[in-house]
Design a protein around this ligand. Structure first.
Ligand code: SF4
Length: 279
């Protein structure tokens, strides 16, 4: 059996809506054929995914004949809902409900959005199926050492990373998609799909957030509104900002003033990304 054979027992295949995890799903389908009932492919929608991502998830399911379970966080029991391409939230509703419940914002130090909107949402769904323990197959490549070396969760599941074990790199994934009749309709810049995951995610570089603010002002306004809405509710001003260095309002004002000049290479936006969101 290849690296992509299914393990025994219950299996979750985590589909983030990106090219790498779709490639992983393809390899698993290739190796195993139709998936048995003990296997769930899940996609957790935060409501801040770009529409292209939602379309891609739907197209993968349709073209490859695989059932993808679309899940969203809810603030009340059972704390998740199964949705679909048509009914999926498109204006950050699950994310906003979580922020309203916590009364502060996630940031690089407190990434409760990943934990609640993605990890626990999937867990609650799988437990509702009466799963006790399972394997969680995730799309981490061999060229992502910072993600490979994360501490393993002490929970009901173990993480399996067949792409890393198979030595799959960014280039392998990119080559695969050049040969497919469809693709994720979001730009890939130097191997970075900077509009993937939540559109204005605080883990993205300042340069990415600046470009996002300039190119998608309506979508950037949601992030600014979240900062406004929790101001006064939080204990510290820092927990009313997604990023330590700037508020989203400051970023918008700066981009309004500087426009293209700010992204022409002369501005001192930090290019560092603070990791990846991983379900
Ligand atoms: S993509 Fe970013 S903002 Fe969205 S859930 Fe993950 S860490 Fe949070």
């Amino acid at each position: 059996m290849t690296h992509y054979g299914l393990p025994d027992g219950y299996v979750q295949i985590a589909f983030s809506g990106g090219r790498t995890s779709a490639f992983l799903l393809h390899q698993i389908l290739d190796a195993n054929g139709d998936l048995p009932e003990r296997c769930v492919v899940s996609f957790q929608n935060t409501g801040r995914e770009m529409p292209e991502t939602l379309d891609f998830v739907a197209e993968v399911g349709h073209r490859w004949g695989v059932h993808v379970v679309w899940l969203e966080y809810r603030p009340d029991a059972p704390f998740f809902e199964v949705v679909g391409h048509n009914s999926a939230s498109r204006d950050g509703e699950p994310f906003e409900a979580l922020i309203k419940k916590r009364k502060y914002l996630p940031n690089q130090q407190a990434r409760f959005c990943t934990a609640e909107l993605k990890v626990r949402t999937a867990k609650r769904y799988l437990v509702s199926l009466k799963w006790d323990r399972w394997s969680n197959i995730i799309g981490i490549r061999s060229d992502e050492p910072q993600r490979l070396n994360k501490p393993k969760p002490k929970d009901r599941w173990i993480d399996l990373m067949p792409l890393a074990a198979a030595g799959v790199t960014r280039r392998v994934v990119a080559d695969f998609w050049t040969k497919q009749p469809f693709d994720l309709a979001l730009p890939n810049v130097g191997g970075n799909c900077w509009l993937g995951n939540c559109d204005g995610c605080f883990l993205k570089s300042e340069a990415n957030i600046a470009a996002f603010t300039r190119d998608f002002p309506d979508r950037a306004a949601w992030w600014e509104r979240m900062e406004d809405d929790v101001t006064g509710l939080t204990k510290t001003a820092a927990s009313a900002q997604f990023s330590k260095r700037y508020s989203r309002k400051e970023m918008r004002t700066y981009m309004d003033r500087q426009g293209d000049l700010a992204l022409s290479g002369t501005a001192d936006f930090c290019q560092a990304r603070e990791g990846e969101c991983m379900a």
